[in-house]
Design a protein. Structure first.
Length: 279
């Protein structure tokens, strides 16, 4: 695979977004409006196109290679850009190798099992890129904020989640977790845009306003989740997400670097193909 020199989004910058075990992140100190070395979207366009070409090529090879699976976890406050990130980051990749799972309020059947039951079933098979739009982290976020289970239950889940992800990683799943970090002001703008645009209104849920009122509780729950479950094998990244194009750029860069580091190769063809004549 050709190494495309990346001039702008350095590894050091991307690394600065990773939550390092033992170095707790404070979300209040991470700027959601950051755009790295780019002043505006126009300046990043060439970089975005390069990354897209790389990602498309890498995904094709990863699928053919058939040795590992890749799990991408997306978490964010309402309007944080989970849907948009899936749409724009994965544009151009082969849908056959990508599987998106959106986790909603658990059904009665799901609730009658342990909280990881529905999640484990949805993890990507070998060769697949699985994307979780919300995830098992809801079980230490919305569940904690609304006390849907007692504290002695949710407080045990951080360790359970670490162990669950360790199991996945030990069995060949590469895990990347992205928290899309928007400001409360930006959420207000995006909620208003949903109200104003007839084509976006379907996304507006009155309940989102109740969650918005609990913003600080959510930030505390997010901080704990990120700090307690970011591991070497399943790292969290805090992605500045007020600017959608920068959010996409950061996720794509990390995705490309991760896929490259796995060094996927096309399988060897059957022997003797040189002599094959198609009549
Ligand atoms: P949306 O992503 O906008 O379609 O909304 C899905 C809703 O499902 C959000 O309000 C989530 O908080 C909620 N949800 C997802 N997982 C859980 C869970 N484990 N327990 C309770 N609510 C959840
Ligand atoms: Mg919603």
């Amino acid at each position: 695979m050709n190494e495309t020199p990346r001039k702008n989004l350095s590894k050091e910058l991307l690394e600065s977004y990773r939550v390092k075990p033992g170095q707790p992140v404070q979300l209040g100190t991470v700027d959601p409006t950051a755009t790295g070395p780019f002043e505006r979207k126009k300046r990043a366009r060439a970089e975005l196109e390069l990354l897209r070409d790389e990602l498309v090529e890498l995904q094709e090879c990863f699928y053919a290679w058939d040795k590992r699976s890749l799990l991408i976890v997306l978490q964010a406050m309402d309007t944080g850009g989970k849907d948009g990130a899936i749409e724009h980051v994965m544009k151009g990749t082969n849908p056959q190798g990508v599987e998106v799972t959106s986790f909603k309020v658990p059904t009665a059947e799901e609730l009658s099992h342990d909280y990881l039951w529905r999640v484990h079933k949805a993890t990507p098979a070998r060769r697949m890129i699985g994307i979780f739009n919300r995830s098992h982290y809801e079980d230490v976020l919305v569940v904690r904020v609304h006390s849907l289970v007692p504290e002695e239950v949710w407080s045990q889940r951080y360790e359970q989640i670490r162990e669950f992800e360790e199991l996945l990683a030990a069995n060949g799943t590469v895990i990347l977790k992205f928290y899309l970090h928007i400001s409360k002001d930006e959420q207000a703008r995006r909620l208003q845009a949903r109200l104003d645009d007839p084509n976006k209104r379907w996304k507006f849920a009155k309940g989102d306003l109740k969650e918005r009122a609990l913003w600080d509780d959510y930030m505390a729950a997010y901080a704990d989740a990120l700090n307690r479950t970011s591991t070497e094998d399943a790292p969290w990244y805090v992605v500045p997400a007020n600017h959608k194009w920068y959010r996409n750029l950061v996720i794509m860069s990390i995705l490309v670097d991760t896929l490259k580091s796995l060094n996927p190769t096309y399988p060897d063809p059957e022997e003797g193909l040189d002599d094959v004549v198609i009549e």
